[in-house]
Design a protein around this ligand. Structure first.
Ligand code: AQP
Length: 332
């Protein structure tokens, strides 16, 4: 079995539709065919200021949402990043291998630090991609299921793994990004030229899965389309409608072509009303299931404890090999 590894931040509380369609949905599918490791990346979360109480609550909330989305602890390893100290330990080694220039070229860092003001961005935000490199390499992952915005970080992982292997001998698997073309980038409902994101989207453009279903329906119905009237997929000229068709198609399993036929001659309003209904049908049980997991924190914590134990067994072995290759004197 090939191995996959991926993570999600516990920062915003609710997952948004981009997180789900771009990443989490694939995680659920891949646990059937792959040896799957998924984590809530709380170490990444503190690259921007977090309230400690909220961070703890949001970490449980993220795990609850992953289970609600369909991750099954019998089929995958689900854990919290900070429960496995090897992440931070390997990250240091990788920090010492990465060039300052190559880290400076990470577009996500450039965007996020520009937003915060370069002087206010933390060093942690700068080295965040290197921590991600360590996350992936520790598990010898073959594939990394993520959205398009993470492609550059997986490329960096490949570069650093090759550099390490070249310098110290074959140690790490070279991972590949696993990015589904159709859902690689879900766009903001109000501004379909930008990705749906918790930091860049306005509340109306962002579908939070834990919002009141009524609010979600309203957001879908007021999604920006275009002045044309034809319902067809054309990402370049009709980005708003194309985004809605992608979402509709993924949530229902109908192909885009089927939807185009179904909506031939119909108005945008009809598409939005139907999609609003599809969305409500999706988020309502998702919210309920999330709440059920939250209502039983002991079970949730025990799932995470077992996950951490399984993850640590793999991570510790890789770290020990990496330390040995680097030349650290083994502790007796
Ligand atoms: N719009 C999106 N379309 C497709 N995939 C997306 N992902 C995020 N947005 C989209 C994917 O979700 C996974 C988890 O990402 P994250 O941990 O970075 O989650 P986030 O911080 O909630 O994502 P945001 O909203 O993108 O955060 P900001 O605004 O801070 O940048 C990843 O696999 C990601 O690709």
């Amino acid at each position: 079995r090939l191995r996959v590894l991926s993570g999600i931040q516990p920062t915003a509380g609710s997952f948004h539709l981009g997180n789900y369609l771009g990443a989490v949905r694939q995680w659920v599918a891949l646990q059937e065919s792959h040896d799957a490791f998924y984590m809530v990346v709380d170490l990444h979360a503190i690259t921007v200021p977090q309230d400690p109480k909220e961070l703890r609550a949001n970490t449980r909330l993220a795990a609850a949402q992953l289970l609600a989305a369909g991750l099954d602890p019998e089929r995958c390893t689900l854990f919290v990043q900070s429960h496995v100290p090897e992440h931070a330990q390997l990250a240091w080694v990788m920090n010492c291998l990465a060039g300052f220039g190559e880290a400076s070229r990470m577009t996500q860092f450039k965007d996020k630090s520009a937003k915060q003001g370069a002087d206010r961005a933390t060093v942690g935000l700068f080295t965040y991609p290197i921590l991600q490199v360590a996350d992936i390499l520790l598990y010898q992952a073959n594939e990394v299921p993520v959205g398009e915005d993470q492609r550059q970080h997986v490329e960096l992982t490949r570069d650093l793994a090759e550099r390490f292997n070249g310098r110290f001998g074959d140690t790490f698997k070279i991972p590949k990004p696993y990015i589904l073309k159709e859902t690689a980038k879900i766009y903001d409902l109000q501004d379909p030229s930008i990705k749906m994101s918790k930091s860049a989207s306005t509340p109306k453009g962002l579908i939070n899965l834990l919002d009141e279903p009524k609010t979600t329906a309203k957001k879908v119905k007021s999604a920006v389309t275009d002045t044309d009237t034809v319902i067809k997929y054309d990402a370049e000229n009709k980005p708003g409608v194309s985004n809605l068709l992608t979402i509709y198609s993924t949530l229902t399993g109908k192909t885009i072509a089927e939807l185009e036929t179904e909506y031939e001659g119909k108005m945008y309003g009809a598409l939005k009303t139907d999609l609003a209904e599809v969305m409500v049908e999706f988020v309502t049980p998702f919210r309920d299931r999330t709440q059920e997991y939250l209502d039983d924190p002991e079970t949730l914590d025990s799932v995470l404890a077992k996950g951490a134990e399984k993850a640590r067994a793999v991570a510790a072995e890789t770290l020990a090999t990496a330390y040995e290759r680097v030349g650290f004197l083994p502790a007796k």
